[in-house]
Design a protein around this ligand. Sequence first.
Ligand code: GRF
Length: 207
Amino acid sequence: MKRIVILISGRGSNMRAIVQHCVAEGWPARVVAVIANRPDAAGLAFAAEHGIVTVVVDHKAYATRDAFDTALAAAIDMHRPDLVVLAGFMRILGADFARHYEGRMLNIHPSLLPAFPGLRTHRRAIEAGCKLAGATVHFVTAELDHGPIVVQAAVTVLPGDNEETLAARVLEREHAIYPLAVRWFVEDRLRLAHGIVTHADGAAQWL
Ligand code: GRF
């Protein structure tokens, strides 16, 4: 049984999708803790209602990024995770932290990486005249929104789309690809070599 720890900062809809798929599809895994860096993260209520341990490591309580990273890693490691899942976790993590979880930490980013790392991805995609937008699940490396790509989903950018309408369509796809990627990980279906992720059975890594 693999142990999953999920980190959130807010709404937690991707966390919810992962918890629900894990239970409904009987993965060989369990979400053992949900950790937030904000005490008011809305997703904490869902986790608690589902009997998952919730923890707050408030970044405001730490004077430096390093101190926060150290406290966060201690809170995570207490739960002995096989996999750490960043799901809308809005803090930049240091290189040591990334190295500590190398090969066992995933993130979802709302763009077709390597395009548009960082914030306001949907607005930037619209402003650039992109015809496709989407989301990417990737292993986390020390570089922000960068790392071996596990799965991507594309949506068309429609005439008249704004940041909100595009974000909503992409989010729907995020709720499909993030559970898929986590399932592949806990079922040991992912192979990572030379920065490239392949699926052991050749499953399509896009949607
Ligand atoms: C998602 O769009 C995710 O890609 C981005 O932040 C948003 C989080 O949404 N990193 P939620 O908290 O999972 O609902």
